[in-house]
Design a protein around this ligand. Structure first.
Ligand SMILES: Cc1ncc(COP(=O)(O)O)c(C=O)c1O
Length: 392
């Protein structure tokens, strides 16, 4: 039994880490040190806010240390590392600040919003009404004036900025400025861009007037899979009061230790890392555009995040492209969103990004046999087996 499972893990690791170029924008890789914390004894233990369990003194200290680092990195009044995922962080925000029949305004999945806070997702479960941001597909961004009009008309209780297909900073400060008088809780789902915010290379919504920033800790943020909530004092206290026992009991303290170290890495290397991500994403967009891919937003420099969007008009065509690429060991989603977080973490820079674009061109544009290209993909990625932007 053990052999079967461990052999599958080994095959997976050899393939996905040693032989593939990973362009999934919601994935990243942890440093060896962060990863090692996940297998520590903390993964066997409990601690809780009501101090029910004994033997927790070091766990509690690690959590406090991590929270302090998080407040420093994100410049927030409060931090909570307990949400088990980005999705749970969304749920916590919704449930803490809205009640049934209230309205929530978010980006629709049609425009790149997160499906988990749309139809059949957390708002429906909480019996909230959903309305969508007026959105410009051309600019891939929220329309300011129409949104303000909509908010004044519908008076939503919650507004959630952020998205899953996320190319440009959103007009948070402009919109908040215009709705300041209203009793609205403004959150920002930064799951995708959290590492860029931490590195100071994307808007910091908390500095633009949003009350709560939340999201996953494993997309551009290179921590373990999990969630985080950063907030102003008032909102942070409400969340801390309610998170346990309503949304999280065992918060997986091995994960929290790993997250604390990833926060320390971000504090030290976040700026350089985020800057390299932007250079890589913009270079990828430009190179693919020149090769004839349908890259979105050429007039705006393609992207100001880790993502490049290949607009194939829907998942059906996107799936065909992603499958072809997978046969050549280039891993993407069916969006087709391409993300440069993992390749950046492996030390790949603009020059090598051109090579990735060329490999993609051979598969998708030239129609070369993917198995043939795969050999060159494996040869290419062999050179980048070490994780950068971390403590040695
Ligand atoms: C914007 C956004 N929020 C939340 C999530 C959910 O995050 P998690 O997978 O950490 O639950 C995603 C997932 O990709 C996302 O894109």
């Amino acid at each position: 039994m053990i052999d079967e499972i461990s052999s599958l893990i080994q095959k997976h690791e050899k393939w996905r880490w040693q032989e593939c170029v990973n362009l999934i924008p919601s994935e990243n890789v942890m440093s060896p040190a962060v990863r090692s914390f996940l297998s520590s004894d903390l993964g066997h233990r409990y601690t809780s806010t009501d101090k029910f369990y004994m033997g927790t003194r070091f766990l509690d200290e690690i959590e406090q240390y991590g929270e302090k680092l998080a407040k420093d990195v994100f410049r927030s009044d409060t931090a909570d590392l307990r949400p088990l995922s980005g999705h749970i962080a969304d749920l916590i925000f919704l449930a803490c600040f809205a009640k049934p029949k209230d309205t929530v305004l978010c980006v629709s999945p049609i425009d790149g919003g997160y499906p988990g806070i749309w139809e059949k997702g957390a708002p429906d479960f909480l019996q909230l009404q959903r309305i969508k941001f007026p959105f410009s597909k051309e600019k891939m961004n929220i329309k300011v004036d129409e949104t303000v009009d909509l908010i004044l008309l519908k008076k939503p209780k919650l507004v959630i900025f952020g998205a899953s297909l996320f190319l440009f900073p959103q007009p948070v400060s402009e919109i908040i400025e215009a709705i300041r008088e209203l009793d609205i809780h403004v959150g920002y789902d930064g799951s995708h861009v959290l590492g860029l915010i931490a590195g100071g290379e994307f808007q910091n919504p908390l500095r633009e007037g949003a009350s709560v920033l939340f999201g996953s800790t494993h997309k551009t943020f290179f921590g373990p899979q999990g969630g985080i909530i950063l907030a102003d004092q008032t909102h942070g206290e409400i969340i801390k009061e309610r998170i346990f026992p309503a949304f999280v009991d065992n918060a997986h303290w091995n994960r929290i230790a790993a997250l604390a170290l990833a926060l320390a890495e971000m504090k030290e290397y976040g700026k350089q890392y985020a800057q390299q991500i932007l250079r890589n994403a913009q270079s990828l967009g430009k190179a693919l555009d020149e090769h004839g891919f349908p890259v979105s937003c050429p007039g705006q420099g393609y992207t100001k995040s880790h993502q490049v969007f290949l607009d194939y008009g829907g998942y059906k065509q996107g799936r065909l492209i992603a499958k072809k690429l997978e046969r050549a060991n280039i891993i993407a989603d069916c969006g087709v969103r391409l993300g440069v977080c993992e390749v950046t973490r492996r030390g790949i820079e603009e020059g090598e990004i051109q090579e990735i674009a060329e490999l993609m061109k051979r598969v998708v544009i030239d129609g070369e046999e993917p198995r043939q290209v795969k050999k060159d993909v494996v040869r290419f990625i062999e050179e980048f087996q070490e994780i950068k932007f971390c403590f040695k």
